[in-house]
Design a protein around this ligand. Structure first.
Ligand SMILES: [Zn+2]
Ligand SMILES: [Zn+2]
Length: 325
């Protein structure tokens, strides 16, 4: 029987659900009163996972032929089936995941899809389920094309991508502290809690998939500091448990900004600048509309005052008229 790699995450669902059950039970006992799980948040996460799994299954139908094309026409090596080729594939894909993930936080087009994963203000195993149906549109699959060029078959690429994502489920928890020497090599719950935090010192740090060596090598690593507990979520909180809103809010905001900015340079920025550009742009717009509001208020007060003085003048005139001889 051949195992269908595309179903790997669905096949692991019982393990994921058991972990969620254990964590919810464990944290209720050890940290009572702390809002780590909520039914609405968990259901929203589960809905997002199901939507993403369905979209992914369809997307692979379109994407695998692209990998096949590069594999057949542009591969630079043919790997024999061995542990060595598995290790090379694993390391290469994990590095590409790091690149993809870092770009996802620095390019708004990719952030529009990735923000779904970060928009919950809770952090638990079910947070790993928060994925976007829009990843195929955003172009996540483009980042794995180099693997086909390196000589890995499309099925192997799909399998390693899903193994990497499957591993990442286990770093979404507050139930596990630091893990000693493992923190130097692998992504861990402590490292990934930092990634989900919006504290100034944690934001846009720790992009690791499985190996944290890339963060340490490329300067994006920061340690979880017990004196600065992570505050989870995004800078502008979403306040919704609606999976559709969570999926599309940033796309809608990006589309509106693209339509409203003037000039192609700013239109490009609306799509591809870091997400902070959008925050800046919205702040500038809010400030200029506040100034415009203040001006129009001032204007109308002035007009009222002028109108009033005209009325007063007329009134006085009318009052005085009969007295004229
Ligand atoms: Zn992220
Ligand atoms: Zn995460």
């Amino acid at each position: 029987m051949q195992f269908d790699a595309e179903l790997l995450l669905l096949a692991m669902a019982p393990v994921f659900l058991a972990c969620i059950g254990w964590e919810a039970w464990h944290l209720r006992r050890t940290r009572p009163g702390e809002p780590i799980y909520s039914w609405r948040d968990t259901f929203c996460n589960a809905a997002l996972a199901l939507m993403q799994q369905a979209a992914d299954k369809l997307a692979w139908l379109a994407i695998i032929p692209v990998y096949t094309f590069f594999y057949q026409h542009y591969r630079i090596h043919t790997w024999p089936a061995s542990w060595v080729s598995f290790v090379v594939l694993f390391i290469a894909q994990d590095l590409l995941y790091y690149v993809f993930h870092r770009c996802s936080h620095r390019v708004r087009w990719l952030w529009a899809a990735h923000v779904v994963h970060h928009s919950s203000e809770r952090m638990n195993f079910s947070t790993a389920f928060r994925q976007s149906v829009m990843y195929p549109i955003a172009g996540m699959w483009l980042f794995w094309i180099p693997l086909a060029v390196l000589g890995f078959a499309p099925k192997q690429i799909v399998a390693i991508v899903l193994i990497n994502l499957g591993f990442q489920f286990f770093v979404h928890t507050q139930a596990i502290g630091k893990l000693g020497w493992i923190e130097y090599v692998f992504n861990t719950p402590s490292i990934h809690r930092v990634h989900h935090a919006r504290n100034d010192r944690y934001i846009d740090r720790n992009y690791a998939g499985v190996l944290v060596i890339w963060d340490r090598l490329f300067g994006s690593y920061v340690d979880e500091d017990p004196r600065d507990a992570p505050v989870y979520g995004i800078v502008e909180p979403l306040h919704t448990y609606n999976p559709l809103k969570a999926t599309f809010h940033e796309w809608a905001s990006m589309g509106a900004d693209f339509a409203s900015v003037r000039g192609w340079r700013d239109k490009w920025r609306a799509l591809f600048a870091p997400p902070a550009w959008a925050a800046d742009y919205h702040a500038r717009r809010a400030a200029s509309s506040a100034v415009a509001d203040a001006r129009s208020r001032e204007q109308s007060i002035r007009e009222q005052a002028t109108g009033q003085s005209t009325v007063n003048a007329n009134h006085t005139a009318a009052f005085q008229t009969p007295r004229r001889p």
